[in-house]
Every structure is written in structure tokens, then in C-alpha cells.
Write a protein that binds this ligand. Structure first.
Ligand SMILES: [Zn+2]
Length: 429
């Protein structure tokens, strides 16, 4: 369809009567971008209208680290140590997954994230093309990577060429999935990828100018093993192979010393903390205050639903604030506004963080402020300390309404598909 011959302005989305920063405003979005914001905007014939009277307008949340399709393994193998949990429960079940399993499990994750106000998630998983297709079909933004492993630093013959070829093919496939999907590389961790492959993937990331999503220093054992196998701590090893930069998403980062935090800050890495996963697996605690002093960009993630076990990033925002108050013995640490900034990705130049202003992507949530837990009091403090994701009424991603007053298109089909598939995966059939 050509723009030639169009007579009127292009149609878009009009959000009417929302509360924003103490006033009542309308928002107009065209082609996924906010083009007007203010009181009583003139109506445009052909616009879709979202009635937001009584709702608060906010930027959407950004889930900086997850494995969305693990919804199929939700609450599977709880209450185990990290390595037996991975080796005895998760990895054998994952080996049974098909493209379609991953597609529907990611649709379920997208449904849960949309309902709790997430507009963008950063994912690493098997069958990544199916993850990307599911995100695009759900209307959610996603930075998607295929998990890359080759046996790790102790493998005698790591599959270096095959790994690089599959990484490259995955980037190609993910590039075809439309504007909501951003391809990235997902070397799993320093204990599952050999230094030779890390070097290749560092070069590939540079050539293709894509983000690198990797688990870094999640447990103390991981750090000790890395030193024993390579003579280097994980951040040094990654830096040596060009894998620490402004397009790096480093998940967890629980066991970093001050020098390593300085290195992450200097390289412009985004560290993604996953407080609920770290608490559940007793993996460690992100060094919030030391990271802040070093100037590290920090975002918030849920991790997968086998280690959280939900994708409600707003609920995790409260945990983030509470964990670091408790750990520091200081209730003034991580105030609500800082927790909210972290949860919306605003503290990470890479993840961008949605802004409610003309020219910004129309990635917005509308919150029901008539919910009992939202009354009375200031909005941000209530969102962080009183609310969970269930206060979200409507969600807009790239100017498209993906939840309207609690309704998400296709939800029943998604639930049925995942229920039917979960039994086979979990029982080993
Ligand atoms: Zn993870």
C-alpha cells in the first residue's frame, strides 16, 4: 500500500483522559511513536481510541533477563541447589522441547508479562526463532538470543566452528521477524562456553553489531571454577575476548569485586540483577551499593519461571528494594523512585527505558488507581511497595494495544496449549 493518494492524516492510536504527572492528558501515537501528548487533543477520524479515564499513564517495564519459555517448567524441581537443579531436572526436560513447545510457552510468558506491565523482555533460550515469533505474535518487544554452549573451558574439543555457524544462522533467522524482535547473541556462561568460542562470539558480535546476553558470576562456585580452569575471573576472561561492552547484558553479577564493577562501568555493560531468582536459589546478592558507586548501569530481570517462579516484574521491584535495604541495614538505600527507574530500564542506555514524551516509542502502561492497594498516596511509592502487576489495566507496545482493560487477545488458546504440552515435557515422555 502506498502513501500516495492519502488525503487525511495517517490513523493511529488515541489514548484519552489518562492521568499523567498531575494532569489529565490524551496521547496520540502513529507508526509506534508518540506524536502528540497533552490535554484535549483534537480527534482524528480513523484513530483507534483507548479510553483511559481514571487510569494513570506510565512507561512500561523492561524485563532485562529471562528465559520466557521456561513457563513450561514453572515450579518444576523447586528447592534444589543450582547445579543439581540444572543437571537433573531442567536440562533433561529442555532436551525434549520442540519449536512449537517453545513458541507456546513463550506466548504464555508474554501473556503474563503483558498483564503485569512489561513491554520489552531480554531473552536467552533454545529454539530462539520460536521465541521471537511468539513475541512478535503477542505484540511484545523482545531482544532474543539462542543459548550457545560448547562444553565449556574443560572440553577437549569444543565445537567452535559449529557454534559460530549456529550463532550466525540464528542471528539471520531472528532478523526476519519484524521490528519488535532484536536479534542478539547468547553465550550461556563462562562455565558452558570455551574461551575459544567466547573469542569467536566476541568477534561475531562486533561484526554484526548485536547485543551479547550472558550469565556472569551468578554463584561463587562459578567464579572459583573459572579461575581454576582459565586462571582468570569471569569478567577478565570476557573482557579479554571482547565480550564486555555497551551492548553486553550481564545477568546476575552477584560475585563481583570492586575492580570488576569498575571494569563493567568503564565498558558500559548493563548488569541485570535478578533478586527473586538469586534469593530462591540462594545464589548470592547483587552488590547494589558498590555497583552504584562504580557507576554501573543496572536493570532488573525476573530470570526464568523455574527459578522465580513468576514473570511479574512489578512484584520483583519491591523485592529489589527490600533486599538491598536489608543487606545494607539501611532503609534509605534504593528508594522507590530508583527502584522504579531500574524496573523501567531507564538506568540502562542499552535497554533504553520507555519515556512518556513526543518522539518516544509508544510503549505504555495504564494503571488502575482505584485499586484498594493504590489508595491513597503517591503513585510511584504505591507501585513499588504496595502493588503487584495486577494493578495494570491496559498495555500499549509500539502504538498497538496488547491489553485493553484486562483483556488480552488469544489468552484462552495459550493456556490450553501450554497445559497440554507441559505434561509430556515434565514427565519425560
Ligand atoms: Zn538466567
Amino acid at each position: 500500500v502506498s502513501d500516495l493518494g492519502r488525503t487525511g492524516p495517517r490513523s493511529g492510536l488515541r489514548i484519552t483522559g489518562a492521568h499523567h504527572l498531575g494532569r489529565t492528558v490524551d496521547v496520540r501515537a502513529v507508526d509506534g511513536v508518540i506524536v502528540a501528548l497533552g490535554p484535549d487533543l483534537p480527534e482524528v477520524v480513523g484513530d483507534r481510541v483507548l479510553d483511559a479515564r481514571g487510569l494513570a499513564l506510565l512507561p512500561g517495564l523492561v524485563n532485562g533477563h529471562t528465559h520466557a519459555a521456561m513457563t513450561l517448567l514453572r515450579s518444576f524441581g523447586d528447592d534444589l541447589h543450582l547445579m543439581p537443579w540444572l543437571e537433573e531436572r531442567i536440562w533433561p526436560a529442555e532436551a525434549r522441547l520442540t519449536d512449537d513447545d517453545v513458541y507456546w510457552a513463550t506466548r504464555l510468558a508474554a501473556l503474563e508479562m503483558i498483564r503485569s506491565g512489561t513491554v520489552h523482555f531480554v531473552d536467552m533460550y533454545w529454539h530462539a526463532t520460536a521465541v521471537g515469533r511468539a513475541a512478535a505474535d503477542a505484540g511484545l518487544r523482545a531482544t532474543v538470543s539462542q543459548v550457545l554452549i560448547d562444553g565449556g573451558p574443560r572440553a577437549e574439543t569444543p565445537r567452535v566452528d559449529a557454534l559460530e555457524a549456529s550463532a550466525s544462522a540464528s542471528l539471520d533467522a531472528l532478523s526476519d521477524l519484524g521490528p519488535l524482535v532484536t536479534p542478539s547473541l547468547g553465550p550461556h556462561a563462562v562455565y558452558t562456553v570455551s574461551p575459544r568460542s567466547l573469542e569467536r562470539l566476541g568477534r561475531l558480535a562486533e561484526d554484526r553489531r548485536v547485543a551479547v546476553h550472558i550469565h556472569v558470576s551468578e554463584t561463587s562456585a562459578e567464579v572459583e571454577d573459572c579461575v581454576a580452569a582459565t586462571g582468570l575471573r569471569p569478567p577478565e576472561l570476557l573482557d579479554r575476548h571482547g565480550l564486555l561492552g555497551p551492548r553486553t547484558v550481564a545477568a546476575h553479577c552477584c560475585w563481583l569485586d570492586d575492580e570488576e564493577l569498575d571494569l563493567l562501568a568503564t565498558r558500559g555493560v548493563t548488569a541485570v540483577t535478578n533478586p527473586v531468582s538469586n534469593l530462591k536459589l540462594a545464589a548470592g546478592t547483587f552488590p547494589w551499593e558498590r555497583a552504584a558507586r562504580a557507576g554501573v548501569a543496572v536493570a532488573l530481570g525476573t530470570d526464568g519461571t523455574a527459578s522465580n517462579n513468576a514473570l511479574d516484574l512489578l512484584a520483583d521491584t519491591k523485592v529489589l528494594a527490600l533486599v538491598h535495604k536489608a543487606a545494607s541495614g539501611d532503609p534509605t538505600v534504593l528508594p522507590a523512585e530508583e527502584a522504579w527507574r531500574t524496573a523501567t530500564g531507564a538506568a540502562s542506555p542499552l535497554l533504553g527505558g520507555a519515556r512518556v514524551e513526543v518522539g518516544a516509542p509508544a510503549d505504555l502502561v495504564l494503571v488502575d488507581t482505584d485499586r484498594p492497594e493504590m489508595v491513597p498516596g503517591p503513585l510511584l511509592e504505591n507501585l513499588v511497595y504496595a502493588a503487584s502487576g495486577s494493578v495494570v489495566d491496559s498495555v500499549v507496545v509500539a502504538g498497538a494495544v496488547v491489553m485493553e482493560h484486562g483483556h488480552v487477545e488469544g489468552a484462552a488458546e495459550v493456556l490450553a496449549e501450554v497445559r497440554a504440552r507441559a505434561e509430556r515435557i515434565r514427565d519425560g515422555a
